[in-house]
Design a protein around this ligand. Sequence first.
Ligand code: GLP
Length: 242
Amino acid sequence: MIDKTSPIPIYYQLESYIKNQLNAGILKPGDSIPSEREYAESYEISRMTVRQAINSLVNEGLLYRRKGSGTYVAEKKIEQPLQGLTSFTEDMIKRGLTPTSHLIHLKIVQANSFVAGELHISEADPVYEIKRIRLADGEPMALETNYISAHLVNGLTKEVVSASIYAYMEQELGLLIAHAHQSIESVKASAEDENFLKIKRGHPMLYIQRNTYLQDGTPLELVKSIYRGDRYKFNIQMNRLR
Ligand code: GLP
């Protein structure tokens, strides 16, 4: 599998070989991979070369290192297209994962100036503040805080928000959710993320803000979310702009 006469760099050949094993399921999430020394001896290549291949796979998030223990296969990332407005519940079901939520709090608060501005309501107007840990097959994926005008939406109970808020708003209230604006930024995991998402402080995370609108243009929700950077990958189809 390593061809030393090939113009393709050896580290890249090894990297591709390991990637194929990951794709074929020969190496599964949680498996430990052979040590640098084992790869080096098996393929008669230098440890430096092996390290280069493994570093590249670690940087891509396909493998991770555990201090003093070795290198392991990471869990598969959730690939999320950026086109199309969907809910967390829909996204997980589509992937064959079971979505659940741990409700941290559901309360009605007075909109601060930022929330009021985003929702086009007056400062101090009542808004639902819903903070939930979103899980896939029991594993925490994101920490989300929704702000929804209490004048627009009513009946948000603990039971409702522990399931899909979009399903409730569309199916029970008949609201026409139409479009959203979303921004994605990288941030480091905070103490709160560490606590709720069982992620080490400082780990790379994605801060996602979504402003969702109804068909008539009324702002429906402002959502501030922290998604696990090690488990999410966003895809977008792009057309050449001229
Ligand atoms: C995603 C979005 C949120 C949205 C939520 C609704 O997680 N990032 O902005 O509020 O979906 O999900 P559900 O209907 O499952 O409560």
